[in-house]
Write a protein that binds this ligand. Structure first.
Ligand SMILES: Nc1nc2c(ncn2[C@@H]2O[C@H](COP(=O)(O)OP(=O)(O)OP(=O)(O)O)[C@@H](O)[C@H]2O)c(=O)[nH]1
Ligand SMILES: [Mg+2]
Ligand SMILES: [Zn+2]
Length: 348
């Protein structure tokens, strides 16, 4: 008899049970070190520079890195977190201390996870650098997804287009025109090449104060840019697959670096699909900053901005005040959010 195909729900349940079993296993493994009071020094301040599945690397105020366990009571510890931690009197199984508490976050960058609900990726960020590239193809839809996240979290965004060394003059002009859509609505944009170093000085100048994070698809060259800025870091990079045209998810955990000219930079792993289904439709609408001026002036209060009569947004598009590509992407985001919502019920 042919094997019956699993439904989405069944697949999700299997994955979820599997993840829970792994988590139990991890917790048991963690229990192996039961830090006793007298084994630990005084509490001190630190910052999380990398979060792994079972532990985290904490940087002390003296700039030393300590691999730490996490108290089981802590619900979320991410790169960028300011923490209170205690060093062990000695190293146990490669672990040098324990994180006791996470200080309140100034802000955080989160994304919905298919199985695990909302996942915080990093915290205390001053600037999000959306890295895109001409290989894999430049996708304005992905840029828009990130921009909605940046607007919702109220974190300034910069759009960087990498690998421009691969473009002919004509393609370069075309890419410039696409980036102009974003400049016109007030976003800073930059065309760069980690390979040739083109415009790298502009990027480093931008990063020289506050904490920035590189986000973007796998393979766009985030870690290559880190290496270009700080060759001594020697971050791992991976080729874009010739078959699929996609990145290989080379970076596996986010990592915070101190830049020589000042400022902090977080390199993050590429994400296959940056979903927006944790947001309400009107949050997505608010995530389009150039729409704000027109919102509330549509004829109908529940205007969907599609074929509704006297839609102020559509009129603005017709009058050249809103770029049609942004308007189209907006409707694609709303639609994909609705499709995801109906297929997936996820716990928040
Ligand atoms: N031609 C060209 N190739 C580049 C440039 N920057 C990066 N690459 C190449 O792009 C590929 C992917 O680079 P990575 O730096 O690993 O990309 P990433 O964004 O860190 O990817 P993940 O860690 O998987 O998220 C590598 O083969 C790099 O050599 C560039 O400016 N020009
Ligand atoms: Mg990387
Ligand atoms: Zn409308």
């Amino acid at each position: 008899m042919a094997k019956q195909k699993l439904t989405q729900n069944q697949k999700r349940r299997i994955h979820s049970n599997n993840a829970k079993a792994l988590d139990r296993h991890r917790r048991q493994a963690r229990k192996d070190i039961d830090w006793q009071e007298d084994m630990l020094g005084d509490t001190q301040d630190g910052v999380v520079v990398t979060r792994y599945s079972m532990h985290a690397d904490v940087e002390s105020t003296q700039g030393e890195i300590f691999r730490c366990n996490l108290r089981r009571t802590l619900s979320s510890v991410v790169v960028g977190d300011q923490v209170v931690w205690r060093a062990g009197q000695e190293q146990l199984q490669g672990i040098s201390g324990v994180i006791e508490a996470v200080k309140p976050r100034k802000n955080s960058l989160a994304r919905p996870d298919y199985y695990d609900g909302l996942k915080v990726m990093a915290s205390n960020i001053d600037r999000i650098i959306i890295v895109s590239a001409v290989l894999p193809t430049l996708s304005l839809n992905i840029i828009d997804r990130y921009l909605v996240i940046c607007e919702t979290a109220n974190i300034p965004a910069v759009i960087v287009l990498n690998k421009v060394d691969l473009l002919s003059d004509e393609e370069l002009a075309n890419a410039e025109a696409q980036l102009k859509i974003y400049q016109d609505i007030g976003y800073e944009t930059l065309m760069i090449s980690a390979q040739t170093g083109k415009n790298m000085e502009k990027l480093t100048a931008l990063l020289s104060h506050g904490t920035s994070i590189f986000v973007g698809q796998s393979g766009v060259g985030k870690s290559s840019l880190v290496n270009q800025i700080m060759p001594e870091v020697n971050a791992q990079i991976g080729a874009v697959s010739e078959n699929s045209g996609l990145g290989q998810h080379t970076t596996t955990s986010s990592r915070l670096y101190h830049l020589p000219q000042g400022g902090e930079l977080i390199d993050s792993p590429g994400i296959r699909e940056f979903g927006l289904w944790h947001l309400e439709a009107d949050q997505i609408t608010k995530g389009y900053r150039e729409f704000q001026y027109f919102l509330g002036t549509c004829k109908f209060r529940d205007c969907k901005h599609l074929n509704d009569p006297e839609c102020a947004l559509r009129e603005a598009v017709e009058q050249g005040k809103i770029h049609p590509v942004r308007f189209e992407n907006y409707h694609r985001l709303i639609l994909s959010r609705e499709e995801n919502k109906s297929q997936r019920h996820f716990v928040e």
